[in-house]
Design a protein around this ligand. Sequence first.
Ligand SMILES: [Zn+2]
Length: 95
Amino acid sequence: MLTLSKTCSTCNEEKPGTAFHKRKDRPDGLQTSCKDCHKDRQRTWARKPDELMGEIELNPSQKREVYSGVILRMYDLGIISKKTSHEALERVLKA
Ligand SMILES: [Zn+2]
């Protein structure tokens, strides 16, 4: 099913359906933001955790807990393999 055009919810520009990423869980099968805006937003989100972590003082045991939580979550989401998560956890717990 092809949507001819769609208005991006972020930049409010009307763009062809091909300018949007596909999303199976949306009624029209497309994301609400166009590919360009999606890219910008991903970049913003990718930067945020670093900024946040810079502001928070963690003691070593809190750090281990946060990092191992992140590693397990990345494994849950399929971003890293079981082997990678295992190696990363070992590194975090030894640090
Ligand atoms: Zn847009």
